[in-house]
Each structure stands twice: as structure tokens, then as C-alpha cells.
Design a protein around this ligand. Structure first.
Ligand code: GUN
Length: 282
């Protein structure tokens, strides 16, 4: 069994972005909006700002109170859409319950939508002709590639069907000619389906969800989960101690997929700059 080092792969991607920005003398800016006091969101946003610093990207944080009105948030997004210094806009999810996430995502200009959450960008991913990467799935693909695994023809099982991870994950695997199964809460015989997987991607959000009986010997296991266990320690979806010995490769949590998601966000922000400079067709 070998661990996939997401931190190392992510550092290499960020270094490349930094070098490009320096060499071309680009000014790149990312606006990060956070609403309310969600602790996990605060950690993610801080990590995104740190990554901007590493890459030489300017970050502009907008921390809004929990009771922010929808019109206020939409107004801010409208201002940022028009601001030339801001190449990318991301609004950290989840938003407080009174705010309509779909409406907020829709308000972000598709050429600044560096999360690739808008219908336009999701549609482009579906077609396979896209400028903005779906960050977490694209990060997972880079981690799989880092193992030297050829995805074509492989049985790939994705657990979870969210718009942010499960669905675009399946698309990226499909674009590389995998045979893809998406599992979810209504899937029958989940363990049996998962055991078919040469590559198993779990994006469930429940600690200890993936157990050894669900994993084929020699599988590549990618853990997208980011949970807290009973001792409040960060952990993924995979029961690591019992699953790892069966795998050819496995990602740790933390230090696996998480850093890659952020590296892909940086890639998208540079892409947004190129699109807005007329150097790339969106
Ligand atoms: N919440 C959890 N993951 C993400 C992400 O990738 N982007 C944003 N904006 N919010 C998230």
C-alpha cells in the first residue's frame, strides 16, 4: 500500500502557478465571500487565502454577518462582477438557511465562477469542453494520475451524487473512458457494487463509512470525506486502518484531496485571468 501525498502534489501545482504568474508579470485577484460563523468554512477560507499568497494571487475577503440579507449579498457579487481587479469570485458554501444558494451561484458571472458551480460551467463540464475545472473532482483526477494509474477501461465507483463532487467526478472519470457507477443512499448492495471498483472515490461525509469489505484487493481508494470523529479529530469517509492494507494506493485525511481542491481553485483563478484578458475562449 502506498499513500498518495496530496500536499506534495498540490505544492507542485501551486509552484507552477506562481512561476507562471511571475514570469508573465500577471496581476490576478480572487474575491472570497464568507457569510456567518461556520467554523469549517472559516478554516477552508483561511486555507484558500494562504494558497493565494503562495501563488502570488491577491485575495480579497468579504466576511459578512450571519443575518446578511440576500439583496446585500447579490449587490456585493454584482459589484465584484464589475471589478477588473477581481478575476475570480467564490462564495463559501454552505450559506445560512435564509439565503438561496442557487440564486447566489447564479449571480456570479460565469467567467468569474472559479468554483465552476454555475449551470453554464457545469454544462460545459458535462459536454467535456470546459475552461474551469470542477475543483475537487479535478484534484482527485490529478491524484489518480500521480499514481501512474490509467483510468481508461477501469471500473470506477463514486459514492455520493452531489452537484459539487459526485456528479462532476463521474463526468471526469467518464471523459477518461472509465466505466463509472454512481452510488447513493438508495443504492442496493452497496458493498457488492463498491467491491467491483478498481478505483473507489468516496464523497459521502460520514466517518467510517467505507469498510474493508467494500474494497477490492489492490484498489485505488480516494477519500473526499472531511468529517470529525467521536474525538473531534479530522477524518475522512474511509475506515483507514482496515482499508489501507487492501489498497494499492490510498489518500490520507487530512493531506489528501483537501489540498488538491485548493490547488485547482488557484488554477481556475489563473484561467479566469486569461479568459478576461481575451487569451482564452470561455
Ligand atoms: N464548500 C465546500 N466545498 C466548497 C468549495 O469547493 N467551494 C465553495 N465555494 N464552498 C465549498
Amino acid at each position: 500500500m502506498q499513500l498518495i501525498d496530496g500536499k506534495a502534489v498540490s505544492a507542485a501545482v501551486k509552484q507552477q502557478i506562481k512561476d507562471t504568474i511571475e514570469k508573465e508579470g500577471l496581476e490576478v485577484g480572487l474575491a472570497v465571500i464568507i457569510v456567518g460563523n461556520n467554523q469549517a468554512s472559516r478554516v477552508y477560507v483561511n486555507n484558500k487565502k494562504k494558497a493565494c499568497e503562495v501563488c502570488g494571487i491577491k485575495s480579497f475577503e468579504y466576511a459578512l454577518p450571519e443575518d446578511t440579507k440576500e439583496e446585500e449579498l447579490l449587490e456585493l457579487i454584482d459589484t465584484l462582477n464589475k471589478d477588473d481587479k477581481v478575476n475570480g469570485i467564490l462564495c463559501q458554501l454552505p450559506l445560512p438557511g435564509h439565503l438561496d444558494e442557487e440564486k447566489v451561484i447564479k449571480a456570479i458571472s460565469p467567467i468569474k465562477d472559479v468554483d465552476a458551480f454555475s449551470a453554464v460551467n457545469v454544462g460545459k463540464i458535462m459536454i467535456g469542453n470546459y475552461a474551469f475545472l470542477p475543483c475537487t473532482p479535478a484534484g482527485v483526477m490529478e491524484l489518480i494520475h500521480s499514481t501512474g494509474t490509467d483510468v481508461a477501461g477501469k471500473e470506477c465507483v463514486v459514492i455520493g451524487r452531489s452537484n459539487i463532487v459526485g456528479k462532476p467526478m463521474a463526468m471526469l472519470l467518464l471523459h477518461e473512458n472509465a466505466t463509472v457507477t454512481i452510488c447513493h443512499s438508495k443504492t442496493k448492495n452497496l458493498a457488492e457494487v463498491c467491491r467491483r471498483a478498481d478505483i473507489l472515490v468516496s464523497a459521502v461525509g460520514r466517518a467510517d463509512f467505507v469498510t474493508a469489505d467494500m474494497v477490492k484487493d489492490g484498489a485505488v481508494v480516494i477519500d473526499v470525506g472531511m468529517n470529525r470523529n467521536a474525538e473531534n479529530k479530522l477524518c475522512g469517509d474511509v475506515k483507514f486502518d482496515e482499508v489501507a492494507p487492501k489498497c494499492s494506493y490510498i489518500t490520507p485525511v487530512p493531506g489528501g484531496v483537501g489540498p488538491m481542491t485548493i490547488a485547482m481553485l488557484m488554477k481556475n483563478t489563473l484561467m479566469a485571468k486569461r479568459i478576461q484578458s481575451g487569451n482564452y475562449e470561455a
